[in-house]
Design a protein around this ligand. Structure first.
Ligand SMILES: Nc1ncnc2c1ncn2[C@@H]1O[C@H](COP(=O)(O)OP(=O)(O)OP(=O)(O)O)[C@@H](O)[C@H]1O
Ligand SMILES: Nc1ncnc2c1ncn2[C@@H]1O[C@H](COP(=O)(O)OP(=O)(O)OP(=O)(O)O)[C@@H](O)[C@H]1O
Ligand SMILES: [Mg+2]
Ligand SMILES: [Mg+2]
Lengths: 258, 258
């Protein structure tokens, strides 16, 4: 069956997009069929996968007018890796979707046929840095959330907020099965005390929910998007590629054990 | 007269809050009377200035019910530096404010009395990473925008979007005087080609709009928030403190020349 994940965190710049793009590429490289859905009007996952942003090519019409999501699916240049792109105008969904009926379930309804068809092993949704209607729709429509967490103080402050939102969506019945798949520590700079303190703090409170693989801050990871390539295709032997490959292995092991 | 600035950019994690907190402290240290207004439900500027987040202590009631903003002003431990704090519940404004009358001008109306009183030389508003109602209210209610721009590819992609929003608010009459005060290049890592390329690209297109002072990526800057202190109070002799002090000087020179 198709398993679906939202990568959400209202704190900005914590590595949500980088984790979606990198992890998706590693899973595809391991032979899994992966669909990335870009839920961010910034459309960084779209350009990170080397795709054009084209007016009207986003989930907007699927959320508002019931246009089938399958019509939006694009193949990327990377085998086993497809994308539903985004573009700037998706931002209007934050204002328009709340006016629609059952506005929290628009994505859940739209993605159902894709899940039922079983075309993909994994669906990864990249969310914008907010807890608005787009992120809420993603969280209601997926099975699990993955939280990218930058090893910095402000990011740590925001963790309880997103966890409370997840708990509320579960207990309110909006998505009774929603659970935290895991917390990925990102942009870890081993030379700083702060990074070690943040990782220690998070592991202390969230123990097994925290992926063992920690993603280091590396220049190659920040360069890859300007070439429209995930890290394993931009620089296969870099520390970033090694880290995300390890994360993908850990992710698969957890999924198989589940 | 009081001059007001919004620090906005929908791209997350580009250094908006760090720039507001650091610049405000440097301006206050130079004898200017400064008010920081935290418009982000994450309330990072509030904790970055060592203040508690307290339920109900945010601009929410001022935007919705016309409660005077002056009632929310707190003195910080730093001379000449006051704060209107934020807290998580401010997030509800994104849904509630659009239902109010003249919803784009709620902040403009609320901040008018503070501007008229002339208590402050500068008002600095820290915005969340989105182009929602809170950021729009900030942009309509201030004189200028300052754009913090991380020296990275995804951040560069988003620059045209925020500039178009500013142009639209100006030409539509929502804020006819709104202009870009400047673009601050942040988290510059001189060891990477990417950073140099991004700075070159931005200077090529935006010339004088780009502040000459470039803020380096430094560990001390990422540590300061965990102590609730702006960089000049956390580590006065650090590269970050030197850079933001230089930025404050440049900022004041531009203002005096204006
Ligand atoms: N491990 C890393 N090492 C170095 N740079 C990184 C790393 N992960 C991400 N980056 C860079 O940091 C910036 C922020 O990452 P990214 O855009 O993936 O975060 P995000 O959470 O998706 O941001 P937003 O909140 O705006 O959606 C990007 O410029 C990205 O290239
Ligand atoms: N020049 C710098 N050097 C090192 N770290 C920095 C620098 N500027 C900011 N940071 C750190 O980078 C992270 C992002 O910065 P900050 O939170 O100020 O960005 P922001 O644009 O306000 O984020 P958001 O979009 O979530 O509001 C923070 O953890 C901050 O401490
Ligand atoms: Mg992103
Ligand atoms: Mg901020």
């Amino acid at each position: 069956p198709t398993q679906s994940f939202a990568f959400a965190n209202q704190k900005g710049g914590v590595g949500k997009t980088t984790t979606v793009v990198s992890l998706a590429a590693c899973l595809a490289d391991a032979g899994k069929r992966v669909l990335v859905i870009d839920f961010d009007p910034q459309a960084n996952a779209t350009s990170g996968l080397g795709q054009e942003k084209l007016e009207g090519h986003s989930v907007y019409d699927a959320l508002l007018n019931g246009q089938p999501l399958t019509a939006l699916i694009r193949q990327t240049e990377f085998p086993n890796l497809d994308l539903i792109p985004s573009e700037e105008d998706l931002a209007a969904a934050e204002v328009d979707v709340p006016r629609a009926e059952r506005f929290l379930e628009r994505f859940k309804t739209a993605v159902e046929p894709i899940k039922a068809a079983g075309t993909y092993d994994f669906i990864l949704v990249d969310c914008p840095p907010s807890l608005g209607v787009l992120t809420m729709n993603a969280l209601v429509g997926v099975d699990r959330i993955v939280i990218a967490l930058q090893c910095e103080y402000y990011a740590l402050e925001g963790l309880t907020v997103i966890l409370r939102v997840v708990e509320h969506l579960r207990s309110s019945g909006a998505n009774p099965a929603l659970d935290v798949e895991g917390i990925v520590m990102t942009m870890f700079d081993g030379r700083t005390n702060l990074a070690h303190q943040v990782v220690e703090e998070v592991r202390k409170h969230f123990a097994d929910k925290v992926f063992k693989t920690v993603i280091p801050r590396t220049v190659r990871l920040s360069e890859a998007p300007s070439f429209g390539k995930p890290i394993i295709h931009y620089d296969k032997h870099s520390a970033g590629a090694t880290a995300y490959t390890a994360l993908a292995k850990e992710f698969l092991k957890r999924r198989e054990a589940a």
